[in-house]
Design a protein around this ligand. Sequence first.
Ligand SMILES: Cc1cc2nc3c(=O)[nH]c(=O)nc-3n(C[C@H](O)[C@H](O)[C@H](O)COP(=O)(O)O)c2cc1C
Length: 185
Amino acid sequence: MRIVVGITGASGTILGQRLVEELAKLKHEVHLIVSHGAEEVAKYEESVPFEKTKKLAKRVYDDCDMAAPVSSSSYKIDAMVVCPCSMKTLSAIANGYAENLISRAAENCLKMNWKLVVVPRDTPLSLPTIENMRKLKEAGAIILPPNLAFYNKPKTIDDTINFVVGKVLDCLDIKHNLYKKWGEQ
Ligand SMILES: Cc1cc2nc3c(=O)[nH]c(=O)nc-3n(C[C@H](O)[C@H](O)[C@H](O)COP(=O)(O)O)c2cc1C
């Protein structure tokens, strides 16, 4: 599958990085956009160097590059995931404010009915954010907050990261072994 991954400046850039690792391992064609906010946030968190993540992608674009192939809906993709998604980018996508490549590529998904999975991270949530999530859901996106779960008995932070990334892969109908599904324990 040809999958666009947008990593934005919400806490947990490692989630998007692990997603890219898994997609690359499973031989999917990753087109990666890392926002400037994501690069900033990663400085404060335990994460993998972005250089390493970028090497796993087939193509890497600057978030300001509005002439990139994925800026146009004539460039067919199978799906896009914004992981993690900041409240700013969530708002941009929900309101059609395509001022950078991530929000523009996401807008193309909504225009073309291509699968769009958004992983919004913030807590607590403001009313405008809740409204933006509702709008995006109505527009056809899948909203997948990186919520904790305990039924899979996580022992490490890695288990928690894998659970979220596994949930994203479930939405893309991609088989994985990142967590044991209910009924398969
Ligand atoms: C350390 C750090 C953590 C942040 N965590 C979040 C977060 O969890 N959620 C969020 O919406 N914004 C968070 N922000 C703010 C965003 O990075 C900021 O709004 C940025 O403009 C988002 O831009 P982008 O969506 O283009 O990456 C954080 C900023 C910093 C410096």
